[in-house]
Design a binder for this molecule. Structure first.
Ligand code: SF4
Length: 75
């Protein structure tokens, strides 16, 4: 089943969305783990390009303030 290739799929459930059951190939949020990591890297690069207050604000809001996540990307 294709949905098992989704980064969010675990034991028939979705870790990312509030759905009872994985929606399978019709799901618009399907992404492989590789695609998810690529997207995440793109997002972190963008955040890294912002001024310090914006960067800190976004990291606190969405990534529990883990600024070290930005160290792992070039930019
Ligand atoms: S395909 Fe959609 S519903 Fe299924 S695990 Fe992935 S994101 Fe969740």
């Amino acid at each position: 089943m294709m949905e098992k290739e989704c980064f969010a799929y675990k034991n028939g459930r979705c870790k990312a969305l509030k759905v009872q059951k994985c929606e399978g190939t019709s799901c618009g949020f399907f992404k492989t783990k590789a695609q998810m990591l690529e997207d995440q890297e793109r997002v972190f690069k963008r955040i890294k390009s912002l001024d310090a207050p914006s960067r800190i604000n976004i990291m606190e809001l969405y990534y529990k303030g883990k600024m070290s996540l930005l160290d792992e990307v070039e930019g």
